[in-house]
Design a protein around this ligand. Structure first.
Ligand code: ADP
Ligand code: F6P
Length: 322
């Protein structure tokens, strides 16, 4: 572990998320305000290995806080799982005078951060994912924007669905996590919510529910389906055949991952970015910044990765009642 911090770097890794630019901006400006040199690394760990490393000044992050995506770019870099590649990456950091790195990404990116830390580069992770599926934190950068984007889109689909008295299956992102689906389920007043964590494969229940609701005079039936459950098109065909009610599938897709971040994502990401720099300056490494019980905190990455997070059964029950 290096004890004097002169130069830090920042990278984004894994899926991009609205608010990542606010975090990058906070790292750059806080770092420079604290007397550090700050470097940007393009395209995650792939860019680190390719030495796509450049100096960043406060003006380089002007006019970025409102932009979606990540100005640094992001990438998946499978070879970073290899110990000799990780050691080589740490050598590259030393070659460029980098004493500490802030990694903005999800659980996979934290494992890369752990590896850099093991190899002597002080590393801090920030939770960047629209999926909200990082166990140690109740907030992840990008979720708020993504869930609001999905909610607005679902409202629109619901309008036309009601006019045509159709059933709509709307698929939202979340390959392994149903948080966007759960939140939209409540926020959009959906009739059914399918989450990868809770899916019981009993389509007949949904079909019965649709028939019952139609008998009661409901003109629409909105099913929010998480990507992790998937198969929205074929499900729509089966539901239409079983109910006789026109059924359409809409897959919202990547529109949920783009767009200008909400105030919450700009604010939280900014505080987290600043905190990451201050933690590095305290000489800490192998930590992840989180938000828990109303406070910004940090955890050892090993402990953070060992934590478990589940869909709250009470919230899921409320979603079903409402
Ligand atoms: P996320 O960070 O959003 O969870 P990924 O799981 O795709 O996204 O991980 C992002 C990147 O982190 C990977 O492309 C790889 O470069 C790095 N990574 C993932 N798992 C590991 C690991 N076990 N060891 C080292 N690096 C990893
Ligand atoms: O960023 C999170 C996420 O959007 C997941 O919901 C989804 O499963 C995954 O990324 C898909 O990302 P990509 O298509 O870029 O691999």
């Amino acid at each position: 572990m290096s004890d004097k911090m002169e130069t830090i770097a920042v990278l984004t890794s894994g899926g991009d998320a609205p608010g990542m630019n606010a975090a990058i901006r906070a790292v750059v400006r806080t770092g420079i305000a604290r007397g550090l040199k700050v470097k940007g690394i393009k395209k995650g760990y792939a860019g680190l290995l390719a030495e796509e490393i450049f100096d960043m000044k406060p003006r380089d992050v002007s006019d970025t806080i409102q932009r979606g995506g990540t100005i640094l770019g992001t990438a998946r870099c499978l070879e970073f799982k290899q110990p000799e590649i990780q050691a080589h990456a740490a050598d590259i950091c030393r070659k460029h005078g980098i004493d500490g790195i802030v990694v903005i990404g999800g659980d996979g990116s934290y494992r890369g951060a752990q590896a850099l830390s093991r190899n002597g580069i002080n590393t801090i992770g920030l939770p960047g994912t629209i999926d909200l599926d990082i166990s140690c934190t109740d907030y992840t950068i990008g979720f708020d924007t993504a869930v609001n984007t999905a909610m607005e889109a679902i409202d629109k689909v619901k309008d036309t669905s009601s006019s045509h008295e159709r059933c709509s299956i709307i698929e939202v992102m979340g390959r392994n996590a149903g948080y966007i689906a759960l939140w939209c389920g409540i926020a959009n007043g959906a009739e059914d919510i399918l989450l990868p964590e809770k899916y019981d494969f009993n389509e007949q229940n949904i079909i019965n529910n649709i028939i019952e609701n139609r008998k009661k005079g409901k003109t629409h039936h909105i099913i929010i389906n998480a990507e992790g459950v998937g198969h929205s098109q074929s499900m729509a065909r089966r539901i239409e055949a079983a109910t006789g009610i026109e059924t359409r599938a809409t897959i919202l897709g990547y529109m949920q991952r783009g767009g200008s971040p909400t105030a919450m994502d700009r604010y939280y990401a900014s505080i987290m970015g600043a905190k990451a720099v201050d933690i590095l300056l305290e000489g800490k490494t192998n930590r992840v910044v989180a938000h828990q019980h109303g406070e910004f905190v940090d955890f050892d990455i090993e402990d953070a990765l060992a934590m478990k997070k589940e869909i709250d059964p009470y919230e899921f029950e409320v979603a079903k009642i409402l």
